[in-house]
Design a protein around this ligand. Structure first.
Ligand code: ATP
Length: 890
């Protein structure tokens, strides 16, 4: 079989050759483009996108619409053709508004999905680049590291301790160690036996590797087993609750409508008119669109959050973000800038500061270790992950490591030259459990070729493994405690300290015995890096605290470094605030942790696995926890947290998959911005519900009370439908644009289980609805009493205008309208002005009078309507002032 068909049976070289690629240079960009044209995008087929007409058709499937269509048919049959036409027009307009909403929500979600799409690191034209995973083609050389989701089927050509979790594909939950040798056909029974391949959709959990793409898209093993992917978004808890609530409300409304119908017939009204009135009222008052509007508000909100660098992966998190009470954040890169540079190197009792001449050979050897035990790569400076390597124009990789390369450079040692002289032959990659890494290099000691291993890592992790101090004249005694004390002293100044060590080997040791390999080391020195806090983080921490949210730092770094940075950022006020370390946590049971968890704001030297205990302890104390993470091992804690937050730049695919929020700029301040946005969106959902339901209640009160007050039916069916369409439609949606209320980050988090209708909303809906109904009926009674023929048009006008005044008045739950200003939500103002114009048209455009069953009002009559509507504004402002007083009192 040719190497391109069964790549696991052939050597890496043969496979690369069969795909026409040089493993150390990758495909040329032109060639990649050409192949992409023949092979297509590296994507699994998903269900077809919903076409627009599908969305439009959906709008007519609603039960209420069907009822209306039925009503239109009946009206037509009995000869009321105008009614039929008007109802049809209204149904179509309603459908169009619903369609536009659904379409906008779809677009917003599609844009978010696009942003959340996976990326892959490839070698193309000799340079390392990050490209969308969908752009991969057979023959591409892909670089993998722990945490990557494997973007296509790869034949591995070079690996360092690569382990892959293949459970997504094989169902086996143990991780598989990979290798690069060709396999014999008889050894390969199942996918799991292909130990020299890495398959799309599985994840690298450990180590690093390089592989050549042998299959993409539907031709991958995953593509062969994947049926159509389910891309449906599930409903959010709020939507589910609203839908359930809507059902109950619908029953109540139908009951009321039945009563109105029966009472009307008993009073001798025409049965057809009563039927149409009851149906119109049911259609208007049943809030069947609420869940859909909530989706729109959430999706639009999610789109706005992207502008604040927070990408929402699950829509429900938009609504729950406002409930966060604790934000547990990593330090490095999230609270700090992750733009490191070396401050000093302490070796053999002497301090070297970059810029000065090197004091001695131990310093030179320490810098060699820093540059060689190092995965930073010389890159083109573009096409690389943004933010990864600003420090050294052309070095890319982990900022800790690029800082070390530059420190070596300052000492006159070039990584590229060192590597050419002492090539790396083996390695033990860094992981945050061990907190160290080791690389093995070939060296020519005069005539005797040999091997040297360089280790670097956290001082507490490296020093216990050091037996001696290295000097050019042979090993010297080591006072490990004194060195650890120096490391602590440096850490107290907020510096990030790494220990450097080395060991000679005559031949390559068994690198699977990690403990034995990283032992009997000779210490070279300590290097201290500075990683300044992010400028925005301090203000964000302050915002958190004023918003009743506790910021907590959880870091793998040294306790003293962590405390110093936390103090600088204002996370703790006391420079000696308590810090719990991973070791402390290991010695505590869950009950003991729960007892302390609310006092502690800094955790240091924590293993990722311990983060989950912290989340659980906080949750047990009733907290709603957002937790950041970037590594493979952070995924369980991210899943467990109420809001898992992953890093968009520095993080791994695994963490991003597990998270509900991805920070595009890895910045703590963006979490706080997202919480603020989440609170705003929730507020606006509440405003929409308050507005729509109060309007409905006003309509019901008007129609329901009229017969009890011995008044004729105040409104025609067409009026009810019109009010419902125009008022609910336009201004309601414009509420999505309502800016955050001024005190939004000064109030405590909302309890996650709190009802949407809390804080007097029910009373508002019923009370203000009653007021609107009362005003309509009062105007009706007055008009009838004073013998005005236009009484019905007046009721219709009062009802519409009252809703316009109401929507303006409820823009803020707390501030009076004059405080937030008329112009602070221009879309809403526009919608209100437009609605007012349309209402005037129904009254004053002669051609519309017969359609809407209206008559032109005199100026005085219009004045009465406007005055009545304004009463609603006054009442709502009084209600706000009263609630404010009550809040202040208690
Ligand atoms: P945070 O958890 O806030 O992101 P961190 O970067 O310090 O902080 P880890 O990445 O888990 O957390 O690193 C833990 C420790 O391991 C660091 O404090 C440092 O001492 C050491 N370390 C970090 N990166 C490297 C590296 N590339 N090589 C060797 N040691 C490292």
């Amino acid at each position: 079989m040719p190497p391109s068909n069964a790549p696991h049976l052939h050597t890496p070289e043969a496979v690369a050759q069969a795909h026409g690629v040089a493993p150390d240079a990758g495909l040329h960009a032109d060639e990649a483009l050409r192949r992409s044209a023949t092979h297509g995008a590296n994507e699994l087929a998903t269900g077809p996108d919903r076409p627009w007409w599908h969305l439009l058709a959906d709008q007519f499937k609603d039960f209420m619409v069907l009822v209306l269509l039925g009503a239109a048919a009946i009206a037509g049959l009995v000869g009321e053709v105008t009614d039929t036409l008007v109802i049809l027009v209204i149904v179509v307009l309603n459908a169009v508004i619903g369609f536009v909403q659904a379409w906008r929500a779809d677009q917003a979600m599609a844009a978010l999905r696009q942003l959340a799409a996976a990326h892959a690191t490839v070698l193309r034209g000799g340079a390392v680049q990050v490209v969308p995973a969908s752009a991969l083609v057979p023959g591409d050389i892909v670089l993998l590291e722990a945490g990557n989701q494997i973007p296509a089927d790869l034949r591995l050509i070079e690996i360092a301790q690569l382990q892959v979790d293949e459970s997504a594909l094989t169902g086996e939950s143990i991780t598989v160690a990979k290798q690069t040798q060709a396999l014999a056909a008889e050894d390969v029974g199942a996918l799991g036996d292909c130990t020299n391949m890495a398959f799309k959709g599985t994840t690298a959990t450990h180590g690093r590797a390089r592989g050549v793409v042998v299959a993409t898209g539907m031709r991958t093993e995953l593509g062969k087993v994947a049926t159509l992917l389910d891309t449906d978004e599930r409903s959010t808890p709020l939507q589910l609750r609203l839908a359930a609530f809507g059902k109950r409300l619908a029953l109540a409304v139908l009951g009321i409508c039945a009563v109105i119908f029966v009472v009307g017939i008993l009073r001798g009204e025409a049965p057809l008119l009563m039927a149409l009135t009851a149906i119109s009222l049911a259609v208007a008052a049943i809030p069947e669109a609420l869940p859909a509007v909530v989706t729109v508000l959430l999706a639009l909100g999610a789109r706005r959050m992207v502008a604040a660098n927070a990408l929402v992966r699950r829509l429900p998190s938009v609504e729950t973000l406002g409930s966060v009470t604790t934000i547990c954040s990593d330090k490095t890169g999230t609270l700090t800038q992750n733009r490191m540079h070396a401050e000093l190197l302490l070796a053999h009792g002497q301090t070297w500061v970059p810029g000065d001449p090197l004091p001695g050979p131990v310093h030179a050897e320490a810098l060699r270790a820093a540059a060689l035990c190092n995965d930073a790569t010389a890159g083109p400076g573009e096409g690389s992950k943004p933010g990864a390597a600003q420090a050294g124009a052309h070095w890319q990789g982990d900022p800790t490591e690029t800082a070390l390369v530059l420190a070596a450079h300052a000492g006159g040692l070039e990584k590229t030259a060192l590597e050419a002289a002492c090539p790396r032959v083996q390695e033990q990659p860094f992981d945050s459990d061990r907190k160290r890494m080791t690389t093995f290099h070939q060296v020519a000691h005069g005539a005797h070729p040999g091997l040297v291993a360089y280790t670097k890592g956290a001082p507490e992790s490296v020093l216990p493994r050091c037996t001696r101090q290295w000097t050019p004249d042979g090993p010297a005694p080591l006072n490990a405690d004194a060195v650890l004390a120096s490391a602590s002293r440096l850490a107290t100044q907020g510096l990030r300290v790494l220990a450097l060590a080395r060991r000679d080997h005559t031949r390559l040791p068994d690198t699977n015995d990690i403990d034995a390999v990283e032992s009997q080391l000779h210490l070279l020195g300590l290097i201290a890096l500075i990683d300044p806090p992010r400028a925005e983080a301090q203000a964000a921490v302050r915002d958190c605290i004023s918003a009743g949210i506790t910021p907590v730092m959880i870091t793998g770094d040294h306790p003293a470094t962590a405390r110093a940075i936390a103090h600088r950022l204002g996370i703790v006020q006391d420079p000696d605030a308590p810090v719990l370390t991973g070791a402390d946590l290991a010695g505590m049971d869950d009950a003991a942790l729960r007892a302390r968890v609310e006092q502690v704001r800094v955790y240091a030297r924590v293993d990722p696995a311990q983060k989950i205990r912290i989340v659980e302890a906080l949750q047990a104390q009733g907290h709603f926890v957002a937790m950041t993470g970037d590594g493979v091992n952070d995924a369980p804690a991210l899943k467990r947290a109420d809001i898992g937050v992953a890093m968009g730049q520095g993080g791994t695919d695994v963490a991003r998959e597990a998270a509900s929020l991805v920070l595009l700029d890895d910045n703590f301040a963006s979490i706080v911005a997202a919480v603020r946005e989440g609170r705003r969106i929730y507020d606006n959902i509440r405003k929409f519900v308050r507005y729509a339901m109060t309007g409905n209640s006003g309509e019901i009160w008007t129609i329901f009370l009229a017969p009890l007050l011995l008044l004729p039916i105040p409104l025609q069916p067409i009026h009810i439908l019109w009010v419902n369409l125009v008022t609910d439609g336009l201004p309601g949606l414009a509420l999505a644009a309502e800016p955050a209320e001024p005190g939004i980050m000064q109030r405590p988090p909302r309890p996650p289980q709190e009802s949407l209708f809390a804080h007097g909303m029910w009373q508002h809906i019923l009370g203000v609805g009653l007021l609107i109904g009362g005003l309509c009926l009062a105007v009706q009674a007055w008009a009838l009493h004073t013998g005005r023929e236009h009484w019905q048009t007046m009721v219709f006008t009062v009802l519409t205008l009252a809703q316009m005044v109401h929507v303006m008045a409820i823009r803020s739950e707390q501030q009076p309208l004059w405080r937030i200003g008329l112009l602070s939500n221009r879309p809403l103002l526009g919608a209100v002005v437009l609605t007012f114009g349309l209402q005037m048209a129904t009254i004053y455009v002669p051609a519309l009078n017969p359609v809407f069953k209206t008559e032109p009002l005199t100026l005085a009559e219009l004045g009465v309507c406007v005055a009545a509507a304004l009463v609603v504004g006054v009442a709502v402002e009084l209600e706000k002032a009263w609630r404010k007083r009550r809040r202040e009192e208690g």
